[in-house]
Design a protein around this ligand. Structure first.
Ligand code: FAD
Length: 312
């Protein structure tokens, strides 16, 4: 049977929901050991132990793991995977996983399958190509340790189980000195995390300016949503680029996605195709966003948002 080392994503002592979604992918491949790399990660490891499908959790506490720096984590993951003799290493295809997992594959000199949408067998997967316009089935080679990243928008979080054993381990890996953590800067402030939030409010080029983007933040705060943006909004300097949703931004699957002044380019849609309910406000009734929207409103966002706010 295939054995999977699942890399937990966590921050601030809390397990990120992407770990639970990646678990759904990992447990479809084989028996799962969850790895938690932290400085003091007992609480995270205990939470991981209750994820349905976890056979064991290994906790690698080390001062260098205080922040999730890919260059520091990757050699430890590669060594741990070899020590445990697993057949697969899986992580979430979030910003964290996109940075980390290819480094692990490179260090293991092995093959990587990115953006796994479904598992057809331990070495057979489906993944999107052409910005999600086509889905391809891929067969990975069966020699070496296969590294994979799970498209979190395609997997539902697993349920809970009674806790499996947690074991503290040390990993004898040489860590690089060329990369160190300096500081964390996030544009979202106290708002929910864009990649895991159940509600997201996004603004596009139609918002017009950085100052005008305030109206998008206000709308989001009104309903407790994360804030996203189109690439045109990011490239125009209206907001930070970690807010970009789409093919070259974040792929998200919120229950509610509200977008204002976004035309619905194919590359933007690639990031929201798994969203539950899509609400679009655009003043152009021909905008292609209306082809995918569950609820569409032709109107000026600067009139619609204040009206929505007053009604909410
Ligand atoms: P526009 O297409 O300019 O649309 C603005 C919309 O706002 C229009 O429909 C207009 O009618 C409407 N509008 C204007 N004023 C108002 C108003 N007052 N009220 C209501 N509506 C109004 N894009 C992404 O978003 N994410 C990606 O990850 C991404 N990756 C890309 C990768 C590649 C390789 C390439 C080539 C492109 C990528 N793009 C991506 C860019 C994409 O093709 C579009 O250019 C971009 O999505 C357009 O953003 P937009 O809808 O905000 O702007």
């Amino acid at each position: 049977m295939a054995s999977v080392l699942l890399i937990a994503q966590h921050l601030g002592g809390e397990l990120n929901s992407s770990t639970s979604k990646a678990m759904a992918c990992a447990k479809a491949i084989g028996d799962v050991t969850v790895a938690v790399f932290a400085e003091s990660g007992q609480a995270v490891a205990d939470a991981a132990a209750t994820l349905e499908g976890a056979s064991k959790v290994v906790l690698v506490d080390r001062a260098e793991n205080a922040e999730p720096v890919a260059a520091i984590l990757a050699p430890q993951i590669a060594k741990l995977a070899q020590d445990l003799g697993v057949s697969h290493v899986v992580g979430p295809n979030t910003t964290f996983g996109k940075d980390l997992m290819p480094r692990v594959a490179a260090l293991l000199d092995s093959v990587m399958v990115t953006d796994i949408m479904s598992v057809e067998g331990p070495y057979s997967f489906q993944r999107p190509i052409y910005a999600g316009n086509a889905i391809v089935s891929v067969d990975a080679p069966q020699d070496g340790i296969l590294v994979g990243s799970a498209r979190t928008a395609s997997f539902k979080a697993v349920g809970e189980q009674s806790a499996c054993p947690v074991e503290a381990v040390t990993v004898d890996a040489e860590l690089p000195t060329h990369t160190r953590f300096v500081k964390r800067e996030g544009a979202g402030g106290d708002r929910p995390d864009l990649q895991s939030a159940p509600k997201v409010v996004s603004g596009g080029r139609g918002v017009g300016s950085e100052e005008n983007f305030e109206i998008i933040y206000r709308m989001a705060d009104k309903i407790g949503a994360a804030v996203g943006a189109s690439r045109a909004a990011v490239d125009s300097g209206f907001c930070a680029n970690d807010m970009q949703v789409g093919q070259t931004g974040k792929v998200i699957a919120p229950e509610l996605y509200m977008c204002f002044g976004i035309s619905g380019a194919i590359q933007h849609l690639a990031g929201i195709k798994d969203a539950g309910c899509i609400v679009a406000v655009n003043k152009d009734e021909e905008a292609s966003i209306f082809e995918v929207a569950d609820i569409g409103l032709v109107g000026d966002l600067f009139e619609v948002i204040p009206e929505l706010e007053s009604k909410l």
